[in-house]
Write a protein of this length. Sequence first.
Length: 118
Amino acid sequence: MQNEPNILDPLAVAETWHEQGRAVALATVIETWGSAPRPVGSHLVIDGEGNFQGSVSGGCVEGAVIAEAADVITSGTPRLLEFGVPRLLKFGVADETAWRVGLSCGGRIRVYVERIDG
């Protein structure tokens, strides 16, 4: 099948999905502090139907990023979930509580979520 993306490259997936007419958002790790499951520059691509490819963290963080991506796709407004516009998705937890919430690394990450247009 032509125009099949390299499933190991979320940016190629984003490009292919966009060319297919899908609504697409791209989440990118822009900062980490302490131990983090994915390095800066990691990507997660999400379409308007909730399909996704790639990874920015794992566990509950990715679920929250996917939910935010749906809003970004609808509104067109990028998110930096951190109290302000654009908002910054900022996830962190103390080491002693990390296992309870599914962030066993105990670090912090910041994720920028943007809609892919034209």
